[in-house]
Design a protein around this ligand. Sequence first.
Ligand code: SAH
Ligand code: TYD
Length: 411
Amino acid sequence: MTNNNKNCRICNNNIKPFMSFGDMPIANGFLKKNQFENEYFFKMQTAFCNSCKTFQLIDQPEPTKMFNDNYPFFSSLSKYMKIHFEKFSENILENYVKDKNNSFVIEIGSNDGIMLKNFKENNIKHLGIEPSTNVAKVAKDKGIETISKFFDENLAEEILKKYGKADAMFSANCICHIPNLNSVFRGVNKLLKDDGVFAYEDPYLAEMLKKTSYDQIYDEHVFIFSITSVNNIAKLNGLELFDAQKQITHGGSMRYMLAKKGSRKISENIRHFLKEEEELNMNTEERYLLFKNQCEKSKKDLVDLLQKLKKQNKRVIGYGATSKSTTILNYSNINESLIEFISDTTPLKQNKFSPGMHIPIKDYDSFKSNYPDYAVLFAWNHKKEIFDKEIDFVKNGGKWIHFIPEVSIEP
Ligand code: SAH
Ligand code: TYD
């Protein structure tokens, strides 16, 4: 029996699930046929803490089940993300790395080095923390200094002894993965110089609610942050949220800028976002009950459409075997009978099967050389990049199926 009464991961307040997604596999756990029998599942439930206002998963698999020597997400596969990280790096370099010869920067969740590469090229002392050893190896091979461990307060102390304090710490699409967040924030606080900054980006709760993009909820994303929650979490750990900027990446993200308490002027942006989140009703339980209903409708609309196309004998495939798609497929119980295969450019995912629903994953050529009638855009956050290169699919009569912000067909 699952215990439905648990405590908030941040403030220990009692929390209750408002939504259950049923049994979920590891979102990035693409597998071979002989692994089907021993596939791991966990009960995925979401809760909203009424005290610190943090949206979170009640249970999360052990980090090593998700991040190991077989992690299939390689950041540098997206050329748009490369550009994004060049700009993010420029921003840090211009504003927070004053003395290039004597500065030190740290990235948490540095993956294949997509961001740190820009610091290495500027000869800046840097350190990447990346527990998934296979992606870390790609970074190391590029000459990026990386340690393969999970960041927390203990690791921060080790780093402090060996490397000293940092001028800037940053992270993207990683802090929301780490369950012991207070330990992470305390570690950051210990590692930062007195005027240092911690900049991190993650999918933004307001965007998820606006778009009903419930596919942001999966094992790795133990938190979906808002300005209100990050403001509270920072305060609990001696840090302060002093600025924030919306980002278009990953379907709508927020960049949070933190520093030691009292060390920087608080930007007007923070007051603006706090007010906006109140107005959007984001700090009340009712908003999450509405979200639950919106998710159920979205699921029904998608399944109805796929069943209708099946009756019409249309060929439907999936485009992009994202971790997000694991939530859509398992929550909606969509298998190979409705989606023939999913095309993906990641070699480590190809010729395997999707987690839980076991839809075959095929290479890009399987899509390109024999266009289907419909393609479900699972990698909807890369829509621009994909649409730019798939003009021929549409010219040949192909149609896209979207499910964000609602189920629709284009053109
Ligand atoms: N920053 C990259 C990678 C995001 S994927 C980008 O935005 O594209 C998240 C990464 O965080 C994975 O590579 C994973 O191995 C890493 N990660 C997970 N838990 C971590 C932890 N506790 N400390 C550091 N990295 C972690
Ligand atoms: P992404 O949406 O970035 O991440 P997540 O797993 O966090 O949901 O994943 C994009 C996936 O889509 C990745 O497996 C690569 C694939 N992809 C393609 O197959 N073709 C493309 O043109 C792009 C941009 C991505």
